[in-house]
Design a protein around this ligand. Structure first.
Ligand code: G1P
Length: 289
């Protein structure tokens, strides 16, 4: 079984939940204080041992490419003004990873976005990290999935229990527990209505796939929301080979929701030198209002 060396980060979505700011700014560039969400996602992929990252972009996503690119004018300015600390920061970002970009010409859904990477993946197992979630853990979530893929030579997706009223926002699985926290998927449904969900265990945006997922994506008709759904392709795949769901270890921030985004910012602020005390004082004030 080949090792997972490549990752796909779909970042072509329109970001409607964060309009109006996403009218002119990719949702993946929303800042957690001073670092965009996608920076954390790329860092997780690299920390998981991925060497080659494909970002699927679309119209209006140039800011992502600029962020990870060299910035000669800015670097010259910082260097001639003696701002060495910032210069180093900026240079580290552009040296971070081997990034490739593929454009999804039409917004036909997550499954269609992942399919755009097929040629680049060339028959290897690979990871998919959605640009909306930040997951923190010493052993990165994607690494946890890669370990399972290496053990079982199978696809595996990260899941967590979600509140029942939220199941209609997720791909929901049902399955049999084969090892602690590891389920063999019996069924997976994209955004089921509340009351029709097979469980409240939801896919949270981290996946490792065998390359057979591409054949399934090609056979997947448009589904919920008129889009080609990755979840529907996983449903086909699990009829052909075992697919696992793993209750990952770590703290997830759903930065695609306003509350999750704020939580990520507050936790980052609490860890930032010189900000913690002032923030706690302010929060105390807010609580007394
Ligand atoms: C996507 C997937 C869904 C998954 C979710 C996790 O939905 O289609 O299966 O549970 O990401 O965040 P989206 O949030 O893009 O609507």
């Amino acid at each position: 079984m080949k090792k997972v060396r490549k990752a796909v980060i779909p970042a072509a979505g329109l970001g409607t939940r964060f309009l109006p700011v996403t009218k002119s700014m990719p949702k993946e560039m929303l800042p957690i204080i001073d670092v965009p969400v996608i920076h954390f996602v790329v860092t997780e992929a690299l920390a998981s041992g991925v060497e080659d990252i494909i970002i699927i972009t679309g119209r209006g996503k140039r800011a992502i490419e600029d962020y990870f690119d060299d910035a000669p004018e800015l670097e010259m300015h910082l260097s001639s003004n003696g701002k060495e600390k910032y210069l180093q920061l900026v240079q580290e970002i552009s040296a971070m990873a081997d990034l490739h970009y593929i454009r999804q010409k039409e917004p036909k859904g997550l499954g269609h976005a992942v399919l755009q990477a097929e040629k680049h993946i060339s028959g290897e197992p690979f990871a998919v990290l959605l640009g909306d979630d930040i997951i923190r853990n010493d052993n990165p979530c994607t690494r946890q999935l890669i370990n399972i893929n290496e053990e079982r030579s199978a696809s595996v997706i990260a899941v967590e229990e979600v509140p029942p009223e939220m199941v209609s926002n997720y791909g929901i699985i049902s399955g049999r527990e084969e090892a602690p926290s590891l389920y063999r998927i019996d069924d997976i449904v994209e955004k089921p209505p509340v009351g029709e969900a097979p469980s409240n265990t939801g896919a949270i945006g981290r996946y490792v796939f065998t390359p057979e997922i591409f054949d399934c994506l090609k056979e997947t008709p448009t589904g919920v929301g008129g889009e080609v759904q990755l979840t529907d392709a996983i449903r086909l795949l699990k009829g052909r080979q075992p697919v696992y769901a793993y209750k990952f270890k770590g703290r997830r921030y759903d930065t695609g929701s306003a509350l999750g985004y704020l939580e990520a910012i507050i936790d980052a602020a609490l860890e930032k030198d010189g900000l913690r005390e002032d923030l706690l004082r302010y929060m105390g004030e807010v609580m007394r209002r």
